[in-house]
Ligand binder design. Sequence first.
Ligand code: ADP
Ligand code: MG
Ligand code: MG
Ligand code: MG
Length: 412
Amino acid sequence: MTANPAYEALTIDTLPTRLGQVAALTAQVGGGDWQVQEVGDGNLNLVFIVTGPRGKAIVKQALPYVRLVGDSWPLPLYRAFFEYNALTRQAARDPGSVPVIHHFDETQALIVMEFLEPHRILRRKLIDGERVAGLAAFLGRFCARTAFRGSELSMASPDKKADVALFAGNVEIPAITESLVFTDPYYAAEMNSHTPGLEPVIARLRADVDLKIRAQQALQRFVSNTETMVHGDLHSGSIMSTADDSRVIDPEFVQYGPMGFDIGMLCANFLMAFFSQPAHRGDDLADYQDWILSVIADVWSTFEAEFRSLWQSERTGILFPATLFEDQGHDSAPACDAVLTGIRRDAWTVCGIEMHRRCLSLAHNADFEDIEDPTIRAPLEARNLMLGADLIRTAETITGAEEVCDRARGYN
Ligand code: ADP
Ligand code: MG
Ligand code: MG
Ligand code: MG
């Protein structure tokens, strides 16, 4: 073996030989006999669970193409570099929020990280009707801390510019979001698919010029506004939880973008969980749907409280300096309110767009896809599409998450 062999995708058979000498991995799992298992539920990458005599670890390796589609859709290996760099920043900005990273190999596009156990993907837990204590507080804090601490509200300007430049190299992955999320739902894009029966609702969305303008304005902000480092793919499949502990994984869609992007996408995924529940629950339907809505409301109340607290204690960047407010005897709380108003507008617009793309574009979500009967699935997806449109049209005037939860109940 050469010191720096060319990239080669791992297999369960080659992994023990190829990674057997990686000290950071043997330190976790122990040397000797390893069992290797491939996790099959991601869309883009290879993920292996390595079990050795002392423990387990995750090995995640990028493929030069989209795993879900195959080698007809090439995708650069460098996304592992950006995922690694995103994870280190998230760990610094919100300690304990992401798996511990043990090793990164840029040539092999490979990350060795903590195996989260007994954590399960949150989307599966929501489909199964499980509750997670502390979930909303964890997610609200994560969104607020990463948004605030990755922006010029907190960072020194040269550091922020350097980081924006670094992550600007992540081109093809965010480009998937640009088309798949923001644009494809609103025309008959080639890879789109939808449940039969939704055609009248889809026709109404695509005939709504005002809605398409709003969606494209949100795309314009997504590509040109570098407010903070966003996770970029913060849905319930990028969160792993036990009954009372949660972590965020899979930030390969990282970029600098609008502060409202992550929390908006996140809330869309809770709303889709909400709308899909009639097909998954029995007697506990109403209680469980209430819990999901309470998570949305609590994510926002934690987000805003944490953001306001960081505003008071960590406003060390060039934005809204104390020289303009406190030092002149002015309370800066109204300035914080104004920033939060902008975040809410961006977030609820993205929320509505995410609700659309998950039913109309390429990558659908299991909340709806697991409903086998299309005559049951279609009306639930239709409610979701209609609320999404409602949120996009009115994002500027939505007072808060409680109002959105009330509207969701109205469509249910
Ligand atoms: P992709 O980028 O392909 O979506 P993910 O990072 O989402 O890959 O990982 C795919 C799956 O692997 C996850 O859905 C989860 O089941 C599992 N997984 C990923 N990271 C971990 C981890 N640190 N601990 C346990 N399981 C993990
Ligand atoms: Mg994933
Ligand atoms: Mg579908
Ligand atoms: Mg991913």
